[in-house]
Structures are given as C-alpha cells and as structure tokens.
Design a protein around this ligand. Structure first.
Ligand SMILES: CC(C)(COP(=O)(O)OP(=O)(O)OC[C@H]1O[C@@H](n2cnc3c(N)ncnc32)[C@H](O)[C@@H]1OP(=O)(O)O)[C@@H](O)C(=O)NCCC(=O)NCCS
Length: 173
C-alpha cells in the first residue's frame, strides 16, 4: 500500500479529527489537537498526516514541552496523540509516521522526544523508559509506559526532571 506522508494544512483539520475520533473511539484527542493548534507553540510541520489514495488514514503530532528540575529547563517534544484509522492499522502506517516525525523533529533542532504510550510499541523505534534519564511524568504512571528517545547522540545527557506539558493536555482525560 502506498502511503504519502506530509505535514498538515487547514484542509486536513476535519480528516485529522475523524482519524482520532475513530482510532481512540472518543472525541478527546481530536479536541486536544484543535486546542493545541491555538497555542503559539504549535508547529504545523510537526503535525504529520498519512494518506492512502488521497484519504487521510493516519496522524501524528509532536508538541514542544519542557523537562524541568530545580536548576534547569530543557526543550523537548511530546509525541501525542497519534492515530491510524482502525481499518488501516497493523500495516506499518504508524511506524512510518513515527520514523518520519522523528526525522523532521531532528531537522527542527529538537534533541529528544517523550511519549506516554504502549510499552511494546514505541521501543521498536528506540524509545526507552524515561526513568533511564531520571525524567519523570507529572502524574502517576507505570515506569514502562513513559518513554523517551534521543534524536542526537547524548541528546538527553545531563537532562533530568519533570515533564511539563502545556495546559491543554491537562484538560484531556
Ligand atoms: C497505536 C497505533 C497508532 C499504531 O498504528 P499502526 O499503523 O497500527 O502501527 P504499525 O502498523 O506501525 O504497528 C503495528 C504494531 O503495533 C502494535 N500495537 C498496536 N496497538 C497496540 C497496543 N495497544 N499495545 C501494544 N502494541 C500495539 C501491533 O501489535 C503491531 O505489532 P507488530 O508490528 O509486532 O505486529 C494504532 O493502533 C492506533 O491508532 N491505535 C488507537 C489509538 C492509540 O492507541 N494511539 C496511541 C496512543 S499511545
């Protein structure tokens, strides 16, 4: 199956909401994306869509966050949310979105990405428990589902602390 990957435009907003609604079987993630678009930190080139025959079948968003401790603040990215239409899952589209997204994030100069997600999925792309770097979630979560990846060598060297998500994430269950 030929999949085209590109960043979102205004014409994709409804398609992105549709993919999220159907993949998550709820409206929260689609609404979160709509709120995040209004945040000045939103980078539309880090909101990537997957198309098959001109149909929007997958989406991934990377949003700037901070990893903060008492003395330092580091820029990073949250991978969230990501979704693939149920009929198109398990065909490698999610993997293509992650690989492409990490590549673009690196081009933008980001050095790391954080994800809260399926413990057996993201490690396939190199994610490790964020605790390996003493990076913690701002909420209680099992160690193995809160993960990080370095986009460049030593991208998280000497980085530790608590991840600060933008307020829009707190409004979503
Ligand atoms: C997670 C998701 C984006 C993956 O997209 P995809 O295109 O199906 O992914 P790929 O085809 O690249 O990879 C499929 C692999 O993911 C695994 N996978 C899918 N959902 C999973 C889950 N909930 N837990 C663990 N692994 C999962 C499959 O078992 C499969 O593994 P395999 O390669 O060893 O066979 C998609 O399943 C989805 O939209 N799910 C609903 C929304 C969601 O959970 N989003 C992620 C939030 S962290």
């Amino acid at each position: 199956m030929k999949i085209d990957l590109r960043y979102e435009t205004i014409n994709d907003y409804a398609g992105i909401k549709n993919v999220n609604d159907l993949a998550f079987e709820q409206a929260d993630e689609g609404l979160l994306i709509e709120k995040l678009r209004l945040n000045p930190d939103f980078i539309n080139k880090l909101s990537i869509v997957a198309e098959s025959n001109d149909k929007l079948v997958g989406h991934i968003l990377f949003f700037p966050i901070k990893i903060q401790n008492d003395s330092k603040k580091h820029e990073s990215l949250a991978l969230a949310p990501m979704s693939v239409l149920p009929d198109f899952q398990n065909k490698g589209i999610g993997g293509q979105l992650i690989t492409k997204g990490l590549e673009i994030a690196k081009e933008f100069g980001f050095k790391s990405v954080i994800v809260l997600g399926h413990k057996d999925y993201y490690p396939k792309f190199g994610f490790l428990p964020a605790s390996s770097w003493r990076i913690k979630a701002p909420f209680d979560v099992p160690d193995e589902v809160f993960m990080a990846i370095e986009l460049v060598s030593d991208g998280l060297k000497d980085v530790s602390g608590i991840v600060k998500y933008p307020k829009e994430f707190e409004e979503v269950s």
